[in-house]
Each structure stands twice: as C-alpha cells, then as structure tokens.
Design a protein around this ligand. Structure first.
Ligand code: PNW
Length: 463
C-alpha cells in the first residue's frame, strides 16, 4: 500500500464565522448599529424578515462555541470583529467601548488557552451606521480611509500581542457589487458608478491599515496581515473565442479588480476598457502603498461557473454565467442557493491559477455548502448532511492534490461555517453550518460533516 502524500504539520484548518452572522446581542454592552442592523429592518430585504439581533447568540455563548471548536479538533478559528462594538460610532474622534474590547480579548485568550490559533477579520461588512450617516461610509475616500486605519490601529494595539493572523477585509467584491451595485446587501444602493468608487476606497483603506501594521506593529508582534478576496473558478461555456475572452473579462471583474492592484499595483485592462472614466485611478503615492500590501492570498471560494459573452450585467463585465454545460448536463450537485454547485476540479484549478498569478501563500478562508432543503428537516435528519460531506470530500481532495501534486503553497483551510447562522439576505433559511442550530433553543448539534472533516484532516496532516 502506498502512503498518500500529506499536508504539512503546520497546516491550519478550522472553521470561519462573521460577527453579524453569529453574535446577536445587537444592543448589549454599548454596541451601536451597523449598516446591516439598519438594512435588515427594511421590509422585504431579508427573505424571512429576520435580522442578526439574536443570530446564534454567540456574544453570550462564546464559551460553548470555543468548546465546540475544541471538540472538532481544529487548529485555527477565523472570526470577525464588530467595528460598532469596539467604536460604536466608528470614527477616529468617537469614544472607544472598553466592553467591546474586553469581550474580544477574553474570547481570544480562551482560544489560545485551548490551542486554537485566531485568524481575525477586521471588516466583514458591518460598517458602523453612524459613518454611513455622517459621510456616506465607503463612498468618502478621505474620511473612511482614516477612520478604518484608526479602527485597525486600535485592534492591533488591543489584540495584536495575541493575534498573529490579520485579515483586513472580507470579500470586497461582495461589498461593492452586492452592496452598491445591485443593492441586495447593505446599504442597498443600486448604481453603476458607486461600486467602482467603493472598491477603490476599500483597497486604499486596506493598504493604509497594512502599512500601519508593518510600520508600527509587525516587528514587535510578529504577525502577518492580508486580505480575503472571493472568487468562483470560471470556465468558457464553449470553445468560441467570444466565450474565452468573456471568461478572462469576468475573472478580472471578480478577482483581478482587487488582486491585480494589491499584488501587482494596477487595475486589469479589460476592466478599464469596460468602465472607462468610472474606474478611479491610483495616484503614484497610492500605488506605492497598495502594491504588495498583502502578505498572503486569503481566498473564499464556493463553486465554478461556465461563462458566455453578452447580456447587460455591466457590474460583472457583461457576461452570462451558468452551471449547465452545453450538452445540458450540470457541473455538479445543486445546493440550496442558485449560484452554488459542487465542482472540486474547479477548486484545484483556482488554487493553481492564484499561486502562479500572484505567488503568495494561500489561505482558503471560506469554503462550504448549504444542502438543498436542509432547513425543512428536523434536526435528526439535518445532521445526516450527505451532500455537504461529499462537497467537503471533493474540495479537500482537490486541495490536497493542488498542494502535493501541483506544488501550490496553500497553508490553511476554513470551512464555512462553524454554525448555521444569519445568511444575510437569505436570513435563517439557508444553513451552511457543520453544526445545526435550533434557533428557538440555541441548541447546537454537530452534523456528520463536522465529523468527516475532523477525520479527514487527522488522516491528511503530518503528525
Ligand atoms: C460569503 N455570491 O458571501 C461570505 O463571506 C459569508 O459571510 C457568507 O455567509 C458565505 O459566503 C455564504 O454565502 C458570499 O453571490 C455571498 O456569489 C454571496 C456570494 C458569494 C459569497
């Protein structure tokens, strides 16, 4: 029998969550609203009319959640900080909330006590509402860049002695396109000019926070800092030049729009061609700080799409995407969300592509699957989540091959998510957790997929 190649001992695996999706306690201990608190209260924005007011109550049940992580044998946990818990009104002149800082510090200490490495995201979409009211939030470059840098600095000061892995932003594509383009996420703007401004300002805010960390904290605290971008793998729908060109263009709109400035220093050409004057330019001083502003490549990825030229969706580069192949067959197993089907080979391709294009160590900061119809099941049935186990098997194996056969430098993997939680515009109807949550009692019940991943990583990481 041959021994299969393994991931190195240092490989960090675990689960990811985000503050607004799990914490609840929306008004407790001095927290003030974020744009998601406001957005969720607008009639018709959330599929089941819910909000993150209670969510999985993890602000109160954090000890139970840490024990859950421990029982799964994870090496790392990725979570995000709620900006409006730490600085309730968000700005650089506004008061700091010591109770917020104390909460996160206690959580981080508990994780470390249990041998779990914290990966901390500064911004997972929950902008303090006060900053949106004050100057339009991400639309105001001069203000938001300074306020974000001030918030980041406070976090480095408050937690940086304990945290070695910082992620500035989660998925700027989602923030800019879903929040300011088609308006399905907070703050719900519909525009074809704002997304490009917002994206530009996020890149700058990220770069300033990274510069600050490198200048003032890195030497002393010894950590790494980077950004998490999201991307699907994209494949031409057919063999035509039009589909191939459309695929390259779609990739630049989804990923290159952020990755190229951050890792190479400039916007991709196809994006410039489509957007013209609407795409802001970086000044030479800005290029200086943006280029090279991420120590690693944080990747959130869920699926693969087939791409064709055409349609009128300018926000995504004038392409049409589908999961149905030209012969009518589907790419993979359908999930509970239209945009998500299983396709392991696409994940392997994407890892190879990123490693070759950007040459940075990759951390897969999210990957997961909502089983079709799971929310209609009783807990006894929901825990038998076969499609999620199959998804994780395919994706974990693709990752192993990318590392051990193709030579991609992938250093971590976080399943989305530790718990069923508030799935943004879908509310609580869509369940991504490896742990079932009963939202009436807040009882947590591990699903089979949690057992599967624990076992898989036990077998595939070197002792
Ligand atoms: C990510 N899309 O969001 C987020 O980082 C998580 O907070 C979220 O719960 C998870 O994926 C599952 O949705 C996305 O429309 C939301 O392509 C939408 C898309 C992609 C990612």
């Amino acid at each position: 029998m041959t021994t299969a190649a393994k991931l190195p001992k240092s490989f960090a695996w675990g689960y990811a969550t985000a503050a607004y999706q799990i914490e609840g306690a929306a008004n407790k201990d001095g927290r003030e609203p974020s744009i998601w608190d406001t957005f969720a209260k607008i009639q018709g924005k959330i599929a089941d009319g819910s909000s993150g007011d209670v969510a999985t109550d993890s602000y109160n049940r954090w000890q139970e959640d840490v024990q859950l992580l421990k029982s799964y044998g994870v090496k790392a946990y990725r979570f995000s900080l709620s900006w409006s818990r730490i600085i309730p009104k968000g700005g650089r002149e506004d008061p700091v909330n010591e109770q917020g800082i104390k909460h996160y510090r206690t959580l981080i200490e508990e994780l470390l006590k249990e041998g779990i490495i914290p990966f901390v995201t500064l911004y997972h979409w929950d902008l303090p509402q006060a900053l949106d009211d004050r100057y339009g939030g991400w639309l105001d470059k001069a203000e938001i860049v300074q306020d974000f840098a001030n918030y980041a600095k406070l976090c480095f000061e408050s937690f940086g002695d304990l945290v070695q892995n910082w992620i500035t932003f989660n998925e700027p594509w989602v923030i800019s396109i879903l929040g300011y383009g088609n308006g399905i996420f907070a703050p719900g703007h519909v525009s074809n000019t704002e997304p490009w401004i917002v994206a530009h300002n996020i890149i700058l805010a990220h770069a300033h926070a990274v510069k600050l960390y490198r200048d003032e904290f890195k030497e002393k605290q010894g950590g790494q800092i980077g950004i998490t971008l999201d991307s699907t793998w994209l494949i031409p729908y057919d063999d035509t030049d039009a589909s191939k060109e459309a695929t390259l263009r779609a990739m630049e709109f989804r990923l290159g729009r952020f990755a190229d400035p951050i890792y190479k220093g400039y916007y991709p050409s196809r994006v410039k061609d489509v957007l013209g004057d609407r795409l802001p330019e970086f000044t030479p001083e800005e290029v200086e700080i943006v280029k090279g502003s991420s120590d690693f490549f944080g990747l959130n990825t869920y699926t693969t799409h087939l791409v064709q030229d055409g349609g009128d969706d300018e926000l995504n580069g004038l392409v049409k995407t589908t999961h149905a192949r030209i012969d009518g067959t589907q790419l993979g197993t359908q999930s509970d969300l239209g945009w998500l089907q299983t396709y392991g080979p696409g994940f392997r391709w994407l890892l190879n592509y990123l490693w070759k294009a950007y040459e940075k160590p990759i951390y897969v900061t999210e990957n997961g699957f909502p089983v079709k119809g799971e929310n209609d099941l009783f807990v006894e049935e929901a825990v038998n989540d076969i499609d999620r186990q199959e998804y994780f098997r395919e994706y974990a194996e693709a990752l192993l091959q990318a590392v051990t056969e193709d030579g991609a430098d992938v250093r971590g993997y976080f399943g989305w998510s530790l718990l069923d939680n508030f799935e943004w515009a879908e509310g609580y109807k869509i369940r991504f957790g490896v742990t079932h949550v009963d939202y009436t009692t807040q009882k947590r019940t591990p699903k089979k997929s949690a057992e599967f991943l624990t076992q898989w990583f036990k077998e595939h990481i070197e002792e």
